[in-house]
Design a protein around this ligand. Structure first.
Ligand SMILES: [Zn+2]
Length: 314
């Protein structure tokens, strides 16, 4: 499934799409038909979109090293139904435009969608020009086992390259695509494209830095751990809940971080028998909190119970 490569880069999107892909593979959900990715790292947004397309088209389980025909096509940038759309990609015959994504391209997409397809079709929109990469810039492609034989840049969309006329010509395709069709728009910010499109898409911030710092803060907050008592356990619980809400964090992820913290602490104190006993015990408490959260128990109860049990010892 989704490579860990994205876990640090885009933690929220990584979790969200990991869950979603499982549900889609089990036939319990449809994959969204239109996505906007926003953030500074357009090249990794592009790789993220390709990985979504690869997993949805994989004939096996979607592992990174899969060698099924769909995975091989996508990794060599030659899948017949995973399309780049830019000023230099997906141009039709008689389309002389070179500096914009044209209305003719929108028509070409509409026409291609009128044909049926066995694949989950992707149209990945971005700004591009011919470009020669240096070695460092291609590392991310190699890390994910993609061919590094590419000669075009991957840049965010803007009003010049992706203008309202083309966007309007695309609206119908985006609103009523055949099943298993996904449009992805790579942007720095949703404000760089027309609001009429934005309202028809699910928007994801694909930027990792902020969340990364937040999880460090979580580690700082749990540093009080050996001194959690009856007197302070509910205050600590409140602090965590407040922080999760303010920073819009994923509760599951926060609980996982607390678990990781305890496991590290265990390794560092392995010779201290009584402390090891306590940590092992608390690891079980956190694990059961994770189970309660998965069972959709209310967040306040999950955290209150967990910190109370840690204070109490059982
Ligand atoms: Zn495969």
């Amino acid at each position: 499934m989704l490579s860990n490569y994205f876990e640090n880069k885009f933690p929220f999107a990584f979790n969200y799409f990991s869950n979603l892909l499982s549900l889609v593979k089990e036939g319990k959900r449809d994959f969204p038909q239109a996505l906007i990715f926003e953030g500074a790292d357009t090249k990794n947004q592009y790789l993220f979109a390709l990985e979504l397309a690869r997993i949805l088209n994989c004939e096996k389980t979607g592992e990174l090293d899969c060698d099924c025909i769909n995975c091989r096509w996508i990794k060599s940038h030659s899948h017949p139904c995973v399309n780049n759309v830019s000023q230099i990609h997906f141009k039709g015959e008689n389309d002389e435009t070179k500096s914009v994504i044209s209305v003719k391209q929108a028509a070409k997409i509409e026409k291609s969608l009128s044909l049926s397809s066995d694949y989950h079709r992707f149209f990945i929109f971005f700004s591009s020009r011919e470009y020669k990469y240096n070695d460092d810039e291609l590392i991310s492609f190699r890390k994910l086992f993609y061919s590094d034989n590419i000669n075009y840049s991957i840049e965010p969309l803007n009003y010049q390259t992706f203008n309202p006329a083309t966007l309007n010509a695309l609206l119908k395709s985006i609103e009523e695509p055949p099943k298993r069709t996904t449009f992805v728009f790579l942007t720095k910010s949703r404000e760089d494209i027309l609001a009429t499109i934005v309202s028809r898409c699910q928007v994801f911030k694909l930027s990792g830095e902020k969340n990364k710092v937040d999880y460090n803060d979580i580690l700082n907050m749990i540093n009080i751990y050996p001194n959690i008592t009856y007197q302070n356990c509910f205050d600590i619980s409140d602090n965590f809940q407040k922080y999760i809400k303010e920073e819009n964090l994923d509760t599951q992820e926060v609980l996982n971080k607390i678990l990781e913290y305890l496991k590290d602490l265990l390794k560092q104190n392995i010779s201290n028998t009584s402390f090891v006993f306590k940590i092992n015990n608390d690891i079980k408490i956190v694990k059961s909190a994770i189970e309660y959260k998965k069972a959709s128990m209310q967040e306040k109860i999950v955290f209150d119970t967990m910190f109370l049990k840690i204070a109490r010892g059982y």
